[in-house]
Design a protein. Structure first.
Lengths: 451, 140
């Protein structure tokens, strides 16, 4: 599972300068700098997109399909995430976006927000079941689900087993197309998800929804935003289409939207990957938290903060607030009280301990002992020059034979100075001494040292 | 026991917000060593509760964890006020935590009882005015 995981976050080696910005910010320590550029450990990467956001050279990118994919299908359906609606300035009606999508060449639009309202309704029912382990953890953010599967074995069964909105939207959109166009073969229908983040691209690529993964391709909110700007500008008349989603569905785009829709105040909603990890640590550690539902979003602000969006997440949220103001609360309701079997995940999330040092514990213990003793000898600066995010991660890399101890620049500098001291007369620096300016005789020695 | 790996942590009593950090570290180490999830859970809950206690009552201390193939031994030592009545302190719901700590959601009087509940053995050595050392063992 860990090795054949398909990722969306990738690296453009040409652009990467090998600086330590992403190295220090990766929440799972999945990045190392090797041979002057970043390397992503695919077993550890959760596709949160943090490195894409922080890279000063734009060397990290999210790979996804492009709009040209529309040509591959006879009939195409756009599945816009509600975060798309928050990207536009001065937009007062979601109908313009839906119409714009049709103008871009889509044959139909199925709003993910509509399916989100169904998921909210199902969650309200699911939460009342006797046999459910609390708190229920939302399954909407794939980066969070993945980090739980890697680090929190006890919380795996707390993850909500109902499919996330995007999969239910795909099922419904496909059913609708086959019903309205009986002449279409299933493979002729392209269901194209417009995603705010790389984690959802990976989610689709890895078919977590199993056989019910009906999503054919994933394109970015960013690409669609720029394409829509062109077609939407040309239209000054009233929108012909109207949104079918309500306040609850659109609310899912920002943190708290999913939680407040359960209409119960025993919830926690957090965002930003570091905050989410802290919340998970605390839930994992204690029985004292009495919560029904926990919504965690890896991106600040929620899905509107995804690495494939354009607008600032908080500005997008404010726009969504005004867009949903006069919409009905939740126009999409399930047909019955019963949650259809096909809306449940095929299998539950499994614990996948990526951090295991070795398969047998004896070896792992010996390695751990070595890691502890090496760490004690390291400077503890966590400077990143060795290519690992912390001195401890560096010690782990040494023990795993992924790097060598002489990559530590601090230790090498020490050794270098000791060597110079021994051979002072012959050293190059000594020969340079007469060339260095002698403005302040008191700091002369210090000045030499830092060269 | 010859293959035991030892970890040592200083638990900072002056910074309440960092309480629980050592237990998170230990959890990470145990995962790397491939211990079963239920053992990791027991160790981390017992250690978390002990760590919080040291910060709330004893201005911090040290945490030593020794892990081997047979057992995991957690030793928490502090130079705090000591526990005058251990039997009373072991009762569920009994707490001497101050109001401000209770407002944070701690001090429910479940710390010591939980430490006992999640470990196979627990020994409390305490001298009033000198400090407390708690040794907990989780067997594999």
């Amino acid at each position: 599972m860990a090795t054949d995981y398909k990722h969306s976050v990738s690296l453009d080696i040409e652009k990467c300068k090998g600086c330590t910005t992403c190295l220090k910010r990766c929440p799972t320590e999945a990045i190392r700098i090797r041979d002057g550029h970043a390397v992503i450990n695919s077993g550890r990467c959760i596709d949160c997109g943090e490195c894409i956001r922080v890279c000063p050279y734009k060397a990290k990118k999210a790979t996804h399909d492009s709009l040209s994919i529309l040509g591959d299908y006879k009939y195409t359906i756009a599945l816009p995430a509600p975060s798309l609606y928050g990207q536009f300035d001065n937009l007062d009606n979601i109908g313009y976006i839906i119409r714009g999508l049709l103008d871009l060449g889509f044959d139909d639009v199925f709003e993910v927000a509509c399916a989100a309202e169904l998921v909210s309704a199902y969650t309200r029912k699911y939460i009342n079941r006797e046999d459910v382990k609390k708190p229920i953890l939302s399954s909407a953010c794939p980066a969070i689900t993945r980090i739980i599967s890697m680090n929190y074995p006890d919380l795996c069964e707390n993850i909500m087993p109902i499919l996330p909105p995007v999969d239910i939207a795909a099922i419904l959109a496909r059913d609708k197309a086959l019903r309205e166009h009986p002449e279409l073969k299933p493979e002729e229908i392209g269901i194209i998800f417009i995603s705010p983040c790389p984690a959802k691209v990976s989610y689709v690529k890895n078919s977590f929804a199993g056989e019910r993964n009906y999503i054919s391709a994933t394109i970015s909110v960013r690409d669609v935003y720029f394409a829509l700007l062109d077609v939407m500008k040309k239209r000054e008349d009233e929108p012909l289409e109207a949104t079918e989603s309500g306040m609850i569905g659109i609310g899912w785009a920002s943190t708290g939207g999913e939680s407040t829709a359960i209409l119960n105040d025993r919830y926690l909603a957090a965002d930003g990957i570091e905050n989410c990890i802290r919340v998970l640590d605390q839930i994992d550690n204690s029985d004292m938290i009495t919560l029904d539902f926990v919504e965690l979003n890896a991106c600040s602000g929620g899905c509107v903060g995804g690495a494939m969006t354009v607008a600032n997440p908080y500005i997008a949220q404010a726009r969504l607030q005004s867009l949903k103001r006069y919409l009905p609360v939740s126009p999409n309701r399930p047909a019955s009280d019963w949650i259809p079997d096909q809306y449940f995940q095929e299998k539950t999330v499994e614990y996948n301990p990526y951090s295991l040092l070795a398969d047998d514990r004896k070896t792992a213990m010996r390695m751990m002992s070595d890691i502890e003793s090496i760490t004690k000898e390291l400077p503890g600066l966590d400077c990143g020059s060795c290519g690992a995010p912390t001195c401890m991660a560096f010690a782990e890399d040494i023990v795993k034979c992924e790097t060598s101890a002489d990559e530590c620049t601090v230790i090498m500098r020490q050794i270098f100075h000791e060597y110079l001291d021994k051979r002072r007369g012959e050293s190059l620096l000594e020969r340079f001494k007469p060339l260095t300016p002698r403005k302040n005789p008191e700091t002369e020695d210090g000045g030499n040292d830092s060269k | 026991m010859s293959d035991a790996v030892k970890f040592h942590f200083e638990v900072d009593g002056s910074d309440f917000s960092s309480a629980g950090a050592a237990s998170v570290m230990v959890k990470k180490k145990l995962r790397q060593l491939g211990y079963p999830p239920d053992i990791i859970r027991k160790v981390s809950i017992a250690m978390y509760e002990g760590e919080i206690n040291m910060v709330i009552h004893a201005n911090g201390g040290t945490a030593d964890v020794e892990v081997s193939d047979e057992e995991i031994v957690i030793t928490l030592s502090d130079r705090g006020p000591g526990i005058p009545n251990v039997e009373l302190a072991m009762q569920e719901g009994y707490s001497t935590a101050r109001e401000n700590i209770r407002n944070l959601g701690f001090g429910a009087g479940m710390g010591l009882p939980n430490m006992k509940k999640y470990t196979d053995s627990m020994k409390i050595d305490t001298v009033v005015g000198e400090g407390t050392t708690i040794t907990m063992t989780v067997k594999l």
